[in-house]
Design a protein around this ligand. Structure first.
Ligand code: HEC
Ligand code: HEC
Ligand code: HEC
Ligand code: HEC
Length: 224
């Protein structure tokens, strides 16, 4: 091969590499290097991932801290981690708060149903009870709520789609409206429930800075 052909190939390679770098740079939140990177090559290196206040989480793999290829705890998303089962969950219900119990009363999920939702996936670490690679996320942490959630936007609560104040096309059973929107709800029976993953996305956030879903994340549900 002569040198000008080599140069042509090299410049093509560089152009492609540049394009790849550009598309990698769009800004999607990646696990690598993020607060959710628990691998030895992550922020903490082989000594473990060091979180806020100097708490060290022992290292695990980038993906397998949360996912399992075989025998996951929950087949949806091949979810590996123990889900937040058992009692003690209090969620928003005006000033009083609502303790989730054994029944789905049509407004709030039962504890057992809650443990199967997207919220439970997040709360398998952000509950200050479940261990991440041997260390429990401390309750004092920003973003570790324990089981006490009444002072945050409702979770485990039914979205009353089809009524006043809610996006009109998002009625139960209108799957194409759901498909075309950024609404992500936990569907139990024929009803939709709001949860952590309604507003947050672990991998599909369009921004490198946040874990928020794309679109008008409030207006996909509320029609105000
Ligand atoms: C395997 C455990 C684990 C799971 C599962 C998990 N998180 Fe986290 N998350 C953490 C830890 C640890 C931190 C960092 C806290 C620290 O610095 O120690 C964190 C930090 C965050 C932050 C702050 C990010 C930042 O850059 O400061 C957000 C937002 C967040 N998590 C949201 C979520 C959401 C939403 C879910 C569910 C979709 C989730 N997490 C699931 C462990 C987890
Ligand atoms: C801190 C926990 C955590 C880690 C680590 C993690 N994931 Fe996920 N993953 C989730 C959650 C939560 C969901 C559910 C989707 C959502 O965010 O609503 C998910 C969903 C997925 C999905 C399907 C839906 C989607 O958004 O693409 C794929 C594929 C996936 N993860 C791949 C990976 C790979 C590959 C890695 C390693 C680089 C990884 N995950 C690391 C928490 C995690
Ligand atoms: C109604 C939408 C909504 C719901 C539901 C929701 N969040 Fe958030 N969350 C947000 C917004 C908006 C922010 C601010 C994000 C930012 O500034 O980057 C945030 C911030 C956070 C942070 C970072 C806190 C900080 O101090 O920076 C964590 C961790 C978090 N959320 C986890 C969760 C978990 C776990 C759940 C479920 C129990 C949840 N969120 C439910 C919208 C929501
Ligand atoms: C997945 C659907 C969904 C999304 C997305 C969503 N919400 Fe909500 N929101 C709800 C549900 C369900 C309730 C509880 C409604 C009820 O009690 O009737 C609620 C309640 C509220 C309330 C309390 C209303 C009251 O009765 O006092 C406020 C304020 C609110 N949401 C603001 C927001 C904001 C701000 C965002 C974006 C960060 C947001 N919501 C995103 C479903 C959603």
């Amino acid at each position: 091969m002569n040198s000008s052909a080599k140069k042509a190939i090299l410049s093509l390679v560089f152009a492609l590499a540049g394009q790849l770098a550009q598309s990698a740079g769009i800004g999607y939140k990646l696990i690598a290097g993020s607060a959710h990177d628990f691998s030895a090559t992550g922020a903490g290196g082989a000594a473990g991932y060091e979180g806020e206040n100097g708490v060290t989480y022992l290292t695990a793999n980038k993906c397998t801290t949360c996912h399992a290829a075989h025998k996951p705890a929950k087949t949806a998303f091949l979810w590996k981690r123990t889900l937040g089962a058992g009692p003690g969950w209090t969620v928003w219900d005006g000033a009083a708060g609502k303790v989730l119990d054994g029944v789905n009363d049509g407004e709030y999920l039962s504890v057992a149903e809650f443990a199967q939702t997207g919220s439970a996936m997040c709360l398998s670490c952000h509950d200050g009870v479940t261990a991440i690679g041997g260390t429990t996320m401390r309750l004092a942490f920003r973003g570790a709520w324990g089981r006490n959630l009444p002072d945050m936007h409702p979770v485990a609560k039914r979205v009353p789609f089809g009524s006043d104040g809610w996006q009109p096309d998002l009625t139960a059973g209108n799957s194409s409206a759901f498909g075309n929107s950024n609404v992500v709800v936990d569907t139990v029976g024929n009803s939709s429930y709001v949860g952590c993953t309604s507003c947050h996305s672990m991998h599909s956030s369009p921004s490198a800075a946040t874990y928020l879903r794309k679109g008008e994340s409030c207006l996909v549900c509320h029609n105000r």
